[in-house]
Design a protein around this ligand. Structure first.
Ligand SMILES: *Cc1c(COP(=O)(O)O)cnc(C)c1O
Length: 410
């Protein structure tokens, strides 16, 4: 038996073990990863792959970024968890640094993105009743069709994806869905019960859907005029991915409530946060919301390192420059297996000609060519490499995509 066939026996062993004992909530590509460094990962057979998913943008700074890993290691040896029953010496510094980076007065630390969104929903409702004066238990939040905000019962209650939603009812009421990109529809959905508008500035899971120019500014104006909170879920779009610190920056817009997650944890652990000014945040009083792990010392050390990396603008600039290169290279594939694509910074949604095969089939062909990517819906592929990727890595990814499309064309 050659080393190579022995190695594939090893990987099928891991896959079989996963499938036997771990719930089948995902459909992973058949690759078993064991190491990562920057934009590259290695499987148990020693094969290397360019990571063009970057943990759904949780790995904006790549695998094992030395600054993040050093911060985590140092904190592991000092103090990792206190609960919020006591102060610790890192929460205030992390909160200050993140609030300054984002331009808000206050932050509330949580862990997963979904918890961040749940926190924002609770914040908006409480603000609606206590500050805006909405009648008890009548609050509504306007959301966009084809959103992705997480997996909790309340969040799937306003999902339009049948797989995410089916058989998880009864659903949480209080949400109104309008088309994404249509500011007028938001204005029309707002009434006396409305406390907030919650959108992703760019819809990630839906296929990197970029709204028409001026949309975010129009939503901002509508919310200001109606006296409702504009809540931006920048869990995937934020923290450098689009070439700016936040996707809302492209239109010079500041939401009232900003939700962050994914890359905030530096690819090390889940760290999310909700940011707002005190006029909103102060509706939360002790005992009214919280999380055992939210704002723990290890998370704060890592989150602070992430904020530090973003404070120089270096990663935002890389995303802009390399993103322009990615867009230019993708342009060359249009009409050659690619029907259309959208790109903002280092974040692209690529629509494959459905006649060639599913997005899944393209990702399997990419895997064979040493590139990891993930289909979103149907025949759309998302490319979101870590921001530490190089220009030649991007060439390699686009060449692999061209090759994969040829493989499928037969
Ligand atoms: C991933 C994501 C979430 C959910 O984050 P989890 O950490 O998986 O709970 C919410 N909103 C957006 C826009 C996301 O991309």
């Amino acid at each position: 038996m050659t080393t190579e066939t022995m190695a594939s026996v090893a990987s099928s062993g891991y896959i079989a073990l996963d499938e036997t004992y771990a719930a089948h909530t995902y459909h992973p590509l058949p690759v078993v990863l064991s190491e990562g460094d920057g934009a590259w990962v290695t499987d148990v057979d020693g094969r290397r792959y360019l990571d063009c998913l970057a943990g759904y943008s949780a790995l904006n700074f790549g695998h094992g970024h030395p600054v993040i890993v050093a911060a985590a290691r140092e904190q592991l040896g000092r103090l990792t968890l206190t609960s919020r029953a006591f102060h610790h010496d890192l929460l205030g510094e992390f909160a200050r640094d993140l609030a300054e980076l984002a331009g808000f007065e206050a932050m509330l630390p949580m862990n997963s993105g979904a918890e961040g969104v749940e926190t924002a929903v609770k914040l908006a409702r409480k603000w609606g009743y206590e500050v805006k004066g909405v009648e008890p238990d009548r609050a509504t939040i306007v959301v966009a069709r084809n959103n992705f905000h997480g997996r909790t019962v309340s969040i799937v209650s306003f999902s339009s994806d049948p797989d995410a939603k089916r058989n998880f009812g009864p659903y949480t009421p209080g949400f109104r869905t309008v088309d994404f990109g249509d500011a007028q529809a938001i204005a029309e959905a707002i009434d006396d019960t409305t406390v907030a508008v919650l959108i992703e500035p760019i819809q990630g899971e839906a296929g990197v859907i970029i709204p028409p120019d001026g949309y975010l500014r129009a939503v901002r104006d509508i919310c200001t005029r109606a006296g409702v909170l504009f809540m931006a879920d920048e869990i995937q779009s934020g923290l450098g991915r689009t070439g700016r610190t936040f996707a809302c920056d492209h239109e010079g817009v500041r939401p009232d409530v900003l939700i962050l997650g994914k890359a905030l944890g530096g690819g090390v652990l889940p760290v999310s946060a909700v940011l707002a000014d005190w006029s909103v945040m102060s509706v939360f009083k002790p005992g009214e919301h919280g999380s055992t792990f939210g704002g723990n010392p290890l998370a704060c050390a890592v989150g602070r390192a992430v904020v530090g990396l973003l404070s120089t603008g270096e990663f935002q600039e890389r995303a802009t420059i390399l993103g322009a290169h990615l867009a230019e290279r993708l342009e060359g594939l249009v009409g050659r297996g690619v029907v259309d694509f959208r790109c903002r910074g280092l974040w692209a949604g690529v629509d494959i000609d459905p006649a060639l095969g599913t997005g899944r089939a393209v990702c399997e062909a990419l895997l064979r060519r040493g590139v990891l990517a993930k289909d979103t819906h149907g025949s759309t592929i998302r490319l979101a490499p870590p921001l530490v990727v190089t220009s030649s890595d991007i060439d390699l990814a686009v060449d692999a995509l061209a090759g994969a499309l040829q493989d499928l064309a037969g």
